[in-house]
Design a binder for this molecule. Structure first.
Ligand code: TMP
Length: 211
């Protein structure tokens, strides 16, 4: 049976490291797996990622931002995620529709009802079987994220969101927790502040529930 599992959380929550470890853990068990990310995962998605995340010289309003994430998702689902699931692979995805509700809804203040409709359209009605939410205090996440981008050449840094103020990131954390509370059967909250090994063990337990 194939499974579609999404990894979510605020900046610096550790989900990208964890998705890599989780994909290796599944592969060691002989489970075919695609690890992918949003925005990204397709040539169009990677172009959109560049536009959305790099420090650009042009403005991107909240509405345009929302539509660009949706466009990246539509292509990702059609071109990469659905074909992988149909081919019998598990798909682990670094962010998906919940990120749009958290960032553009709770963070930017765009209408949640409209975002849900757009999410459903752009995801071709696909929804995750399980969502792992890596939760930790905003200060701790931002400190990790800053460390990560510190060594990166300014033009290449994907930090347009990281540079938002603490209140923005606070709304996103609360938003994610709110989404998790609304769908306890789909979400599993994992302590993202723990060390990489401890978090990985917890992720494995959560994936094992789906085997
Ligand atoms: P990440 O690869 O570090 O998670 O970066 C993706 C960034 O894009 C992150 O700041 C969250 C943001 N984002 C949104 O605002 N809305 C979305 O729908 C998605 C997928 C990501």
């Amino acid at each position: 049976m194939t499974r579609f599992v999404t990894f979510e959380g605020i900046e610096g929550c550790g989900k990208t490291t964890q998705i890599r470890l989780a994909a290796a853990w599944l592969a060691e068990r002989g489970i075919p797996v695609l690890a992918t990310a949003e925005p990204g995962g397709t040539p169009l998605g990677r172009k959109i990622r560049e536009v959305l995340l790099k420090r650009g010289s042009f403005a991107i309003g909240a509405e345009a931002e929302l539509l660009l994430f949706a466009a990246a998702r539509a292509q990702h689902v059609r071109q990469a995620i659905l074909p992988a699931l149909r081919a019998g692979q598990w798909v682990l995805c670094d962010r998906f529709a919940d990120a749009t509700l958290a960032y553009q809804g709770f963070g930017r203040g765009l209408d949640a009802g409209f975002i849900r409709t757009l999410n459903d359209f752009s995801a071709l009605s696909l929804s995750p079987d399980r969502t792992l939410l890596f939760d930790l205090p905003v200060e701790a996440g931002l400190a990790r994220a800053e460390k990560r981008t510190a060594g990166v050449w300014a033009e290449a840094a994907e930090d347009r969101f990281e540079r938002e103020d603490k209140a923005f990131h606070g709304r996103i954390r609360d938003g994610y927790l709110n989404l998790a509370a609304g769908e306890p059967e789909r979400f599993r909250i994992i302590d993202g502040a723990a060390d990489v090994e401890t978090v990985h063990r917890e992720v494995c337990l959560r994936l094992a529930e789906l085997l």
